[in-house]
Ligand binder design. Sequence first.
Ligand SMILES: *Cc1c(COP(=O)(O)O)cnc(C)c1O
Length: 362
Amino acid sequence: MKVFPNRLDRGFYQYQEEFENKAIEVLRSGQYILGKEVEEFEKEFADYTGTKYCVGLASGLDALWLAFRILGIGKGDEVIVQGNTYIASVMGITINGATPIFVEPNCYYNIDVDKIEEKISDRTKAILVVHLYGQASQMGKIKELAQKYQLRIVEDCAQAHGAMFKGEQVGSFGDVGCFSFYPSKNLGAFGDGGAIVTNDKELDRLFRIYRNYGSERKYYNCVIGANSRLDELQAGLLRVKLRHIQEINQEREQICKRYLSCICNEKILLPQIDDDVTTVWHQFVVRCQERDKLIDYLSQNGIGSSIHYPIPPHMSEAYKDLGIKPGTLPVTEKYANEVLSLPLYNGMGIEQDKVIETINKF
Ligand SMILES: *Cc1c(COP(=O)(O)O)cnc(C)c1O
């Protein structure tokens, strides 16, 4: 038996009939861009996250860069972000010409809120909070700092659909909550997709303009926008999935609780959960000092795994011009060398037994 790091087909088969019916309905409707499915999805997703507005977009990256563009954050401005995030978070900042200021993560792999204040300067305009691997960040302290220094908060919720801090959903704390519906995310589409949520009516209006070439009225363009529309087919399929998101997240939780109680190996450090938050278990990330040996060992036993992420953004070739030297962010860099994501997907069955048994013998 081979175990893959992910099996997206399993998630499809769990609700096959509903997906297929919706796909046929949309295909036959003759309406493929900005129609009823997107409109309904936006209402349902805003409702789900406990926010007033949602705007469907083409990807999570678009949600991020459009957020900073619309908030007027660009050249000469600084945005605080954790060092150990997916590079898209950072690109959302730098596409606009703004500078990312990296902060080290805590033991939950989210931004260490005690290390933010020392990085705030008079150029700082925003904090980009990433709820990594499905776990919500410490929003109380972050909101306090944002208030004290008049900073915007943008949340990167790409991995955290439904995660909560003290009972409130991520995406609802900041000025803008950015979501991705990339197929592997907890609320994943069958292609690319993204959205923002906000409680600010004016921001909602601006996202609608920017996603559609900068026009509110067709062919009358008021700003240089983008083509970043969630399409009808993806929106329809996402509506199906959104009906089941609680089950989807609960199943992931069950799998991860089993990993937590059954993996027993002193070389493997298991993930920890902050008492104030809930996680929706986007990834099950362990740490191991002999990580590369562990990967080989698992692979020899037919088990795939993945690294989220092997190269932190500040050490990526894409960001060599930032001139940040290796060693500048020791915790981030240590995590990059030690983290490993174990197989985790909806519809995972006895494959999990094999992962547990194998890893315990490492
Ligand atoms: C997936 C992801 C993104 C980007 O989303 P896309 O839809 O792939 O553009 C941004 N940030 C984080 C943390 C992600 O995991």
